[in-house]
Design a protein around this ligand. Structure first.
Ligand code: ADP
Ligand code: DP6
Ligand code: CO
Length: 340
């Protein structure tokens, strides 16, 4: 099994005060976020829309205490590098500033999703961390406001504050509060996502670097915002009338357009691997056979197949001819983050 941790996650015991532990689920965008108009504030060029997944998540505990000498950050039981600790510390500073405290933090996190493999670990990670900081420091922010904090850890984390289909609004100008996420639809109408993990290794180019390189150098990028605007309008209407085929077609096309902007970047790059193309071909074949399925891909080689929950087992069985059971995970729509 590739997921590094299981029920054996061992957190240090929570103190009576100043500590909290949350689970947040990953989300996969059907209309992608690709590019920031303001890098410092993580303000996106466009709005986006995603599906939260139950099968992949991050559990994170934070403890704020005057007994600690400095910030620490453990991921999957391992103390992280100085750079990773500083990155998490800078994010936690947003909460410390709001709470008017300088207390050091201990962050312990377990990813039930491969880290940095294009399966959105940064989304569940910063959503869980936001929930835990909000609770431990008694800030009492609601999900909408909290999503603007999660955004500043990783853009995609904005959307993991909610379950089902979620929309993240672009917002206006350099206004941080206007770029928040909100629940769009419960996704309780026969929807699933089969995740085909072709490679779970950490990517060479982070999403952050990939999108910025594209924004700065790809001549196709100037078309991206207008394509997203059109796709978003169509998919929202399709979701509301539960039109699965239109939703799938638009999502697949949107992902392909995003990947086309990368191929046209300078230097050109792609997250696709030969096996990713094979999976896409299988999906096209299954569609010809009459199954409802559409693929989407993110900043990594793994492929996510949007399908009917009622057909997910059948589609998985087909893929078992080519891939191991552990590479094939059926995810159902996931919930908003919750305390654990
Ligand atoms: P992904 O496709 O997994 O979202 P990204 O490149 O967007 O990949 O983000 C991966 C980065 O997110 C990691 O290198 C790490 O800095 C951060 N990250 C991942 N998991 C956690 C976690 N549980 N807690 C804090 N930060 C995390
Ligand atoms: C292709 O949210 O990981 O998955 O905001 O720089 O942390 P940062 O990037 P991240 O980018 C996600 C890109 C994507 C599309 C999406 O999730 O919308
Ligand atoms: Co990410």
């Amino acid at each position: 099994m590739y997921i590094p941790v299981d029920s054996k996650d061992r957190f240090t015991p929570l103190p009576l005060q100043g500590g909290a532990r949350y689970r947040a689920h990953t989300n996969i965008a059907l209309i992608k976020y690709w590019g920031k108009r303001n890098e410092a504030l993580f303000l996106p060029e466009t709005s986006s829309l995603s599906l939260t997944l139950d099968a992949f998540y991050t559990d994170t505990q934070v403890i704020f205490s005057p007994d600690f000498k400095e910030d620490t950050f453990y991921l999957n039981g391992q103390l992280q590098s100085k750079e990773e600790i500083a990155k998490v510390g800078r994010f936690v500073d947003l909460f410390r500033q709001k709470a008017d405290t300088f207390l050091p933090v201990q962050v312990e996190s377990y990813n039930h999703v491969p880290t940095a493999a294009g399966l959105a670990s940064s989304a569940s990670a910063f959503a869980a961390l936001s929930m835990a900081c909000n609770d431990a420091l008694e800030l009492n922010m609601e999900a909408k406001e909290l999503s603007t904090y999660a955004r500043r850890g990783s853009g995609s984390a904005t959307r993991s504050l909610f379950g089902g289909f979620v929309e993240w609004h672009r917002g206006f100008e350099d206004n941080s509060e206007s770029s928040y996420a909100e629940h769009f639809d419960p996704a309780d109408w026969d929807i699933a996502m089969l995740v085909v993990t072709v490679n779970q290794e950490e990517k060479g180019l982070s999403s952050r670097e990939g999108m910025e390189l594209t924004r700065q150098t790809s001549p196709f990028y100037k078309l991206w915002p207008q394509e997203v605007e059109k796709d978003l309008e169509i998919i929202k209407e399709a979701i509301l009338r539960q039109d699965f085929e239109t939703m799938g077609e638009v999502a697949e096309h949107n992902a392909m357009k995003m990947h086309a902007t990368m191929i046209a970047a300078n230097p050109s790059f792609t997250y696709w691997q030969p096996a990713s193309l094979e999976v896409m071909e299988h999906v096209r074949h299954l569609r010809k056979e009459g199954l409802s399925c559409y693929f989407t891909m993110d900043a990594g080689p793994n492929v996510k197949i949007l399908c009917r929950e009622s057909q997910a087992a059948l589609i998985k069985d087909y893929f078992k001819q080519f891939y191991n059971e552990e590479q094939l995970i059926i995810a159902l729509p996931g919930s908003a983050p919750h305390v654990i």
